[in-house]
Design a protein around this ligand. Structure first.
Ligand code: FAD
Ligand code: SF4
Length: 347
């Protein structure tokens, strides 16, 4: 039997890679820095997922369960890799617990970090309690509390969701599109309208990028749930002491607009994992110019990095959806397995 394959990160990508390998008899060591598995959908308490409409705790929870139950997978939570050395087929990883593991290949599934809205101060997050993020609203819904104004606990009557917060914004060094936030916002608009049918929901957008089949949520949110879309450039978000005031320009009619809301939601983007510099130096892999883990030979070997025997999958490579992260985890698992067979044949 081969030495185990090391997987770093227990989100959708890492869970998928671990399951794929174990299902063909390959041993796996899975390292997760938090105290539970599941990645962002579980750690941040997402509500219903797009496009499936399944609750995150059920969909991702079942992925966690099958990994935790699999005897070929050894899980270390609240753990990280401190040192990593060796060559394909024969790597050594020193863990934060003091334990050393001998592994044949590694898949980095270390995901992303949510954009921190305080880096966009003119849009009011961190200044006004009723300016919140999509992750906060996901938590309000998934906890059963419902969507409320943090300032006074009231049900909002008017909600604005601002798209592209921390994405497609050169001024703050974030040029990438975060891929999923248009779809998540359209879904969230429907969830809010379902819970609070008297509440008006407005989505402020530059462009709508509900790519591929995700376009379904865009149409459904308008036609069935009456979510309204405003094509606008936002100038600033202020407060009159009660309402949150969104000022900007309606770019379709080219007129300034100032509208008061009870709750303003930032559709935050996906930043590179804040630890990527450290991850890059420990594992000896290159970073993309925007700080994500770089993929080499994209059309040749799925998940290849600049270091032979070390692979990458999921949102560690750039903004990704859950289904694509899962597919990449599985694909990187196949590449990792092939790399071991090649290194054995070369010996
Ligand atoms: C508000 C919001 C809502 C979203 N909703 C949806 C949705 O409905 N549908 C959808 O398809 N996508 C959605 N997404 C995107 C989704 O979060 C990602 O596609 C998914 O989480 C990527 O999975 P991943 O495993 O690559 O990374 P992550 O989920 O980020 O998991 C990475 C894991 O690695 C761990 N880790 C990180 N660094 C280390 C380290 N150094 N050592 C050990 N462990 C480490 C982390 O703790 C984490 O558990 C949403 C994103 C946002 C921001
Ligand atoms: S998915 Fe939509 S909201 Fe997110 S960055 Fe891209 S265009 Fe902006």
């Amino acid at each position: 039997m081969n030495k185990p394959i090391l997987i770093v990160g227990g989100g959708p990508a890492g869970l998928s890679a671990a399951h794929s390998l174990a299902s063909i008899g390959q041993k796996v060591v899975l390292i997760e820095k938090e105290n539970i598995l599941g990645g962002a959908p579980i750690l941040s308490g997402y509500s219903k997922l797009v496009p499936s409409g399944e609750w995150a705790k059920d969909a991702i929870g079942s992925m966690v369960e099958r990994v935790e139950k699999n005897k070929l997978i050894t899980v270390h939570t609240s753990a990280s890799v401190k040192e990593f050395s060796g060559k394909p087929g024969n790597f050594k990883a020193a863990l934060s617990s003091g334990k050393n593991v001998s592994v044949s290949a590694t898949i980095l599934c270390t995901g992303f970090t949510h954009f921190d809205g305080v880096n966009k101060p003119e849009w009011g997050f961190g200044t006004y309690p009723d300016v919140v993020t999509t992750t906060q609203v996901e938590q309000m819904i998934s906890s059963g509390q419902g969507v409320r104004r943090p300032s006074n606990g009231d049900k909002p009557k008017r909600v604005a969701i601002l798209l592209c917060v921390g994405s497609r914004d050169r001024q703050i060094g974030r040029e990438w599109c975060s891929k999923i936030c248009c779809s998540v916002s359209a879904k969230m608009g429907m969830e809010i309208r379902e819970e609070l049918p008297d509440c008006h929901v407005y989505i402020y957008y530059m462009d709508i990028r509900t790519f591929g089949l995700y376009e379904e949520v865009y149409w459904k949110s308008q036609e069935e749930y009456k979510v309204k879309y405003i094509k606008a450039r936002i100038a600033e978000v202020t407060s009159d002491g009660d309402k949150i005031i969104v000022k900007g320009e309606d770019t379709l009619v080219k007129r300034p607009i100032t509208i008061p809301f009870d709750l303003v939601v930032h559709a935050i983007g996906m930043d590179p994992n804040v630890d990527n510099m450290l991850i890059s130096s420990i594992f000896g892999v290159d970073l993309h110019q925007w700080g994500f883990l770089d993929q080499e030979n994209m059309y040749g070997t799925a998940g290849a990095t600049s270091r032979a025997g070390v692979f990458v999958a999921g949102a560690a490579t750039g903004p990704e959806t859950i289904d694509d992260s899962i597919a990449q985890g599985s694909a990187a698992a196949m590449s990792a397995l092939a790399s071991i067979n090649t290194s054995i044949a070369a010996e």
